[in-house]
Design a protein around this ligand. Structure first.
Ligand code: PAF
Length: 280
């Protein structure tokens, strides 16, 4: 497994692989890998000749009051997991390599970032779109895989790939959950034991919504109210949003007649958790 720390090294490696007619599958991450990430690597491994992982905590996708400085990191463990998953190259750039002095370009999509997390994290998706476009240009993959827990991010990346003519197939990887249902996330590491116990309310709320829909409830507002009360019955929780929306456009849906996306963002203590499920 090669570890490439600069842009020229990574580009040189990828160009060489292309000259050898090797296909490249890419899993971009911010590190502190868990089973959610390794499931993306497992999905990618049989699809291509080369499997590339990037680890870069992208500062431009964090708002001023967010957790950039506290973001967990364990590079040694990440590299061990990457090796075990059959990664052939890890791109491990530093901040200056990705954002050199006088960097001044930002990619902003017009519609998709207006919904869900974008309302609460105004700079987030501009930062994600910009860094992912840069990573695509540096790694030059044939396939790139992103987790479906960040459903809005996945849609945004699909759209930017289309809009900017990247010849890359974008795949989503299913949400991987702890035994009690909590979606795996690097941010789960911030939770105290008490908060960890409360945090299962997100996945339980998704199940509750499914039950209500199966019983015949179609009014999104009614289900939202039930879910909000259910979540707030757990200690240290504050709902940011509970949203039923169109799975492609992310526009709000009032009536659950076709398949919809139910997406949640809940603060448990100071930790912001998200989860989602397709329903109906
Ligand atoms: O999902 C993530 O970990 C990040 O948003 C990504 C896609 C690696 C961009 O920094």
């Amino acid at each position: 497994m090669e570890i490439l720390k600069t842009k020229p090294q990574m580009q040189h490696w990828s160009k060489q692989k292309k000259r050898e007619s090797k296909t490249i599958c890419f899993v971009p991450t911010m590190g502190y890998l868990h089973k959610g990430h390794t499931s993306l690597l497992d999905k990618g491994k049989p699809l291509c000749d080369e499997l590339v992982l990037s680890i870069f905590v992208n500062p431009t996708q964090f708002g001023p009051k967010e957790d950039l400085d506290a973001y967990p990191s364990d590079i040694e463990n990440d590299l061990a997991l990457a090796k075990k998953a059959g990664v052939t190259a890890v791109f491990l750039p530093n901040k200056e390599s990705i954002y050199p002095k006088n960097f001044q370009t930002q990619i902003n999509l017009q519609h998709l970032p207006q919904f869900l997390c974008g309302k609460f994290r105004p700079v987030h998706f501009g930062g994600v779109a910009t860094v992912v476009a840069k990573l695509f240009n540096i790694v030059m993959p044939d396939i790139a895989i992103f987790g479906q827990k960040d459903y809005q991010q996945l849609q945004i990346i699909r759209q930017l790939t289309l809009d900017l003519d990247f010849d890359i197939k974008i795949l989503g990887g299913q949400i991987i959950r702890e035994q009690d249902g909590l979606a795996m996330s690097s941010r789960n590491a911030y939770l105290t034991d008490k908060q960890r116990a409360s945090a299962i309310c997100l996945s339980k709320a998704l199940n509750l919504a499914k039950e209500l829909v199966v019983k015949g409830e179609k009014k999104a507002a009614l289900i939202q109210k039930e879910l909000q009360d259910f979540i707030h019955a757990h200690s240290e929780t504050a709902v940011e949003y509970i949203s039923f929306c169109d799975p492609a456009t992310l526009e709000k849906v009032e009536q659950i007649d076709a398949q919809v996306l139910l997406a949640l963002a809940v603060k448990v203590g100071a930790t912001r958790l998200i989860d989602n499920s397709l329903i109906g």
